[in-house]
Design a protein around this ligand. Structure first.
Ligand SMILES: [Cu+2]
Length: 187
């Protein structure tokens, strides 16, 4: 039994390391991409995702018609593209999120941001693991932070698996299978 628990612990450590260095890839707008056609709701698109440091944000668009500019919050609010922090123009731009907090992007083509071609990628500064004593005033009303699950790491990690992580899931199954297989042989 102790061996079994040890094996499960080892598996969790291995998987944790693997997940930590393999961020998820999010294509902005999903199949619609980065566009003004179809009134894509980029606010909703980002609101229902839980971004983490290490995740990759992918902008796909026709570079003849659009671009990507990372801007400040003030510029984001007013659709001001005059002094971007960073500009991307290839039409297939991948940006790795390396810091917590908000990352504001808009299309710098006149009128496009006003038409809704802007997105706020927010990596919560407070992780679910240590929010317990935080005063509610510090948590923005728009931040949907779930309380920590009372169950074990195992179920928490399973909950974290997203549908697009099928490859990762397969790898996890393989690791667990190998470790359980070894425990059978030893027992
Ligand atoms: Cu545009």
């Amino acid at each position: 039994m102790a061996l079994l628990i040890l094996n499960i612990s080892m598996a969790m450590v291995v998987l944790g390391i693997f997940q930590a260095c393999h961020g998820a890839v999010y294509k902005v707008g999903d199949s619609a991409g980065w566009t003004i056609i179809g009134n894509v709701d980029y606010k909703l698109w980002s609101a229902i995702k839980t971004f983490k440091v290490g995740d990759v944000i992918k902008f796909e668009y026709n570079p003849q018609f659009h671009n990507v500019m990372r801007v400040t919050h003030a510029m984001y609010k007013t659709c001001n593209a005059s002094l971007p922090i960073e500009s991307y123009t290839t039409g297939n731009d991948t940006i790795t999120i390396t810091t917590r907090g908000h990352h504001f992007f808009l299309c710098g083509v006149p009128g496009h941001c006003q038409s809704g071609q802007k997105v706020d990628i927010n990596v919560p500064r407070v992780s679910a693991a240590n929010i317990a004593p935080t005063p509610s005033a510090l948590v923005s009303p728009s931040t949907d932070v779930k309380p920590p699950s009372p169950s074990s790491n195992t179920s928490a990690s399973i909950a974290a698996i997203k549908s697009h992580d099928l490859v990762l899931l397969a790898l996890q199954a393989a690791v667990l299978f190998v470790l359980f297989g070894f425990s059978d042989i030893l027992a």
